[in-house]
Ligand binder design. Structure first.
Ligand SMILES: N[C@@H](CCC(=O)N[C@@H](CS)C(=O)NCC(=O)O)C(=O)O
Length: 80
């Protein structure tokens, strides 16, 4: 059981977005999806509130079970 899962990703789906969402669906994890626009406002991934979650200033970021996972492969493994 995963509580309060939040998935922060870009508006346009990349291959790893599909893989991540597939992993979440496969594990029946419900999640809140938050769009991080990479151009709007000078790049929302560069804003302090997002940078505090992911110092690399990249999407995706998954918050799950009190942990923040920032790399697609580790995020996939964290969900599985
Ligand atoms: N190693 C990262 C790479 C993620 C990545 O390259 N994300 C791109 C978007 S597809 C990004 O956030 N770019 C931010 C930017 O261009 O400022 C992962 O596997 O999650």
């Amino acid at each position: 059981m995963h509580a309060g899962c939040v998935l922060r990703g870009a508006a346009r789906l990349a291959a790893w977005d599909v893989a991540r969402r597939t992993a979440l669906a496969w594990k029946s994890v419900s999640y809140k999806s938050v769009c991080i626009h990479l151009v709007k406002d000078g790049g929302q991934q560069l804003k302090d509130d997002y940078k505090a979650r992911n110092p690399m200033c990249e999407v995706p970021t998954i918050e799950i079970d009190g942990s923040t996972l920032t790399q697609s492969v580790s995020a996939g493994r964290g969900v599985a």
